[in-house]
Design a binder for this molecule. Structure first.
Ligand code: SF4
Length: 361
């Protein structure tokens, strides 16, 4: 309790804010984070409202549900219609695919079950040996080890994973190479960095001269990471630093990284609305193909649609548009009735903004 209150103390915040003002010296600066939980902290604590106007704090692709390609959900829907058991995380069932959602399929009679993790899905497979059980595995480096563990343990024959697992550093590479979108600093994601560490961002920092700072999730963590980025800029440095050292180690979590190495290979992967990003996805290694949904089932030719008419999610995911730039925000598209993927989950930029609008005024 004491520890948490320390990171919410207004007096500390005032000191850090004064330093931010001093270090930023009036120049326009864009700082990008790539984490839905950071966006939640920023929006729900009104952090944008207390920063100097010339600091643009932008949400990048940090929501795993939002970046799950429509074709992956279309495949899950296709398998649900074949009377297999589909299991996945709660947020996933409301994400719009090309012409349906898993929730709509469930209403129509499909066997779609929300689980807390892949271990629950394996348990369902064990209890239903006569039926195929598919786990729709969505997530970043943080979630992937939980799936890797189940695969390495040897699940039952009737269990497979439809992986939609993404790596964050390739998305950061994409952002720094976007035309007309300057990134002056990255707040790197706390949860992901717990697994992969902070050393992995050094090449982004050095190659593109963009300071990177891993941050925790309290308001003062975010402010302090901004101060650290500005200090690097002022001193002419670009390095990967760690504000969240009470949790994140430079090398990450070796045990979790070993699981990732043993269970997965890395290959190009489709991100919703962004197309394929090179070496940005975890896929099961060939020796586990009997548990790889993509290898075990034939799918018809699909013409999947990532971005529905009028939706700006492809720009919101990149930080190139604000949720409020979308004409559907708050009317056709709401947390209760989402039209685009960014309005569905608790890490979606549009949903966070919709639920925190009052604090942003
Ligand atoms: S408000 Fe809805 S439709 Fe518009 S960008 Fe956000 S999620 Fe997409």
């Amino acid at each position: 309790m004491l520890e948490q209150s320390k990171f919410r103390d207004r007096r500390y915040a005032d000191v850090v804010l004064k330093e931010i003002e001093r270090l930023s010296s009036g120049e326009d600066i864009r700082i990008v984070h790539v984490c839905g939980t950071h966006e939640h902290t920023i929006t729900h604590n009104g952090i944008r409202t207390i920063l100097p106007d010339h600091i643009d704090l932008v949400a990048g692709p940090g929501c795993p549900v939002c970046v799950c390609a429509a074709e992956d959900i279309d495949k899950a829907i296709e398998l649900a219609r074949r009377d297999h058991i589909i299991t996945t995380f709660g947020d996933m069932i409301r994400v719009p695919a090309t012409d349906s959602t898993l929730a709509k399929e469930r209403t129509a009679g499909a066997d779609i079950r929300v689980v807390y993790g892949p271990n629950d899905a394996v348990e369902i497979a064990r209890k239903n040996p006569d039926r195929e059980t598919i786990f729709v595995g969505v997530g970043f480096e943080t979630t992937a080890p939980t799936m890797g563990v189940e695969i390495l343990k040897g699940p039952p024959d009737n269990f497979s994973i439809l992986t939609s697992l993404k790596l964050i550093p390739p998305a950061m590479h994409l952002l720094v190479n976007l035309e007309g979108f300057d990134v002056d600093g990255f707040i790197t994601p706390g949860h992901v960095s717990t697994i992969i560490g902070t050393e992995v961002y050094q090449n982004i920092a050095h190659d593109y001269s963009v300071p990177c700072v891993a941050a925790g999730f309290e308001p003062l963590d975010v402010l302090e990471s901004i101060r650290m980025i500005l200090l690097q800029i002022q001193e002419g440095r670009a390095e990967s630093e760690n504000e969240y050292s009470r949790v994140v180690r430079p090398e990450g979590n070796p045990a979790a990284r070993k699981i990732l190495d043993e269970a997965f290979k890395i290959d190009d992967a489709p991100w919703r609305g962004l197309g394929e990003i090179e070496d940005s996805g975890y896929f099961l290694r060939d020796e586990f193909s009997e548990h790889d949904t993509r290898e075990q089932y034939d799918f018809p030719e699909m013409e999947s649609v990532d971005i529905l008419p009028g939706c700006l999610c492809h720009k919101v995911i990149l930080g190139m548009a604000n949720p409020t730039d979308c004409s559907l925000f708050g009317n056709r598209c709401t947390p209760d009735d989402p039209y685009g993927p960014c309005m569905v989950g608790h890490e979606g930029t549009c949903r966070i903004r919709a639920e925190g609008m009052d604090l942003e005024q």
